[in-house]
Design a protein around this ligand. Structure first.
Ligand SMILES: [Zn+2]
Length: 308
């Protein structure tokens, strides 16, 4: 179905390159984002492994449950770690089609947020393609939980994310945010929120071969009830905004933007993945739709804006 005035797919106008270290591996990686034809979706290509290039479609079915970051696998031993902040930037900037060439096992952590990726996408520019964007419309509520954490997908206009976290540390405590995911609000309200971690857990993580690239340059580090980073926070509730950022990235593994409302309570990458899995397992819970521009505008105006 293709009608005049439909919301069209987008890709980059030009390739763009960056380098940086991986948060968990500590390994320096080089990454190039490239324009791709309509209906390609987001495709990662590892260029530094046997049989290269090894292509992995950014799809929840190619992701593995992992507590600390979102990992793609080709099912044959090749993985790409920590894709979620880049995926979030692609979702937030409405980039449908892109090939991501990477030399290294992990997407660079940059400053711990999605802002550097938004900057890269803006530098490259985006261009519309002659194919309507396909959305995944949520038709029925889906709920998954694990202990005190839960994740839900519900019908709704546009795409909005509600997130609640609750930590014992007074630096975080209980925080809730609601954000309508569209390019303007994503950039200002969400993209700059950095990942965070606790000083008390650093030794344990490093002993397990994780967080090897982590530093105050790319993680908000909390010591007891205090933020250790000299510049403090970028938003008063930066922590919950980062969790919303992660969820937006994880949900882009649906393969298409979602039309619906996501509600996460202490949800993890693994639980975000399970919510998608539960949605796609139930054929009556979702369908593909395209949108005329006018309908899309109406839809985006519905959800509540990010709480300040
Ligand atoms: Zn994150």
């Amino acid at each position: 179905m293709f009608h005049k005035g439909a919301v069209l797919q987008k890709t980059l106008k030009a390739p763009i390159h960056c380098t940086g270290i991986g948060l968990h591996s500590g390994i320096k990686a080089a990454m190039t984002l490239r324009p791709a034809p309509a209906n390609t979706g987001v495709v990662f290509r590892r260029l530094d492994v046997e049989g290269a290039p090894v292509e992995i479609q950014a799809d929840w079915q190619n992701s593995v449950e992992s507590a600390l970051c979102t990992v793609l696998t080709d099912g044959n031993g090749t993985t790409i770690m920590t894709i979620e902040h880049l995926m979030s930037a692609l979702a937030g900037c409405s980039v449908d089609n892109v090939i991501i060439d990477i030399i290294g096992p992990e997407v660079p952590i940059m400053d711990g947020s999605a802002a550097p990726f938004v900057f890269l996408i803006e530098c490259a520019g985006t261009i519309e393609q002659l194919a309507p964007r396909r959305f995944v419309k949520v038709l029925k509520s889906i709920h998954v939980e694990q202990g005190q954490a839960s994740a839900a997908l519900e019908p709704g206009d546009g795409f909005s994310v509600d997130f609640t976290i609750d930590f014992a540390s007074k630096a975080i405590a209980r925080q809730t945010t609601t954000v309508a995911v569209e390019p303007g609000s994503f950039k200002t309200e969400i993209s700059r929120a950095r990942t965070f971690g606790f000083l008390a857990e650093v030794d344990q993580l490093r002993a397990a071969g994780r967080a090897l690239g982590g530093s105050l340059d790319n993680v908000i580090v909390i010591d007891g009830d205090k933020v250790m980073n000299e510049g403090g926070l970028r938003y008063p509730d930066e922590f919950v905004r980062h969790k919303a950022l992660d969820a937006i990235g994880d949900l882009y593994l649906a393969g298409s933007p979602i039309l619906g409302r996501f509600a996460g309570v202490r949800s993890s990458h693994a639980l975000n993945r399970r919510a998608l899995e539960a949605l796609f397992r139930d054929d009556s819970a979702w369908c593909y739709v395209t949108l005329a521009e006018a309908e899309a505008l109406d839809a985006w105006q519905e959800p509540a804006r990010a709480s300040a």
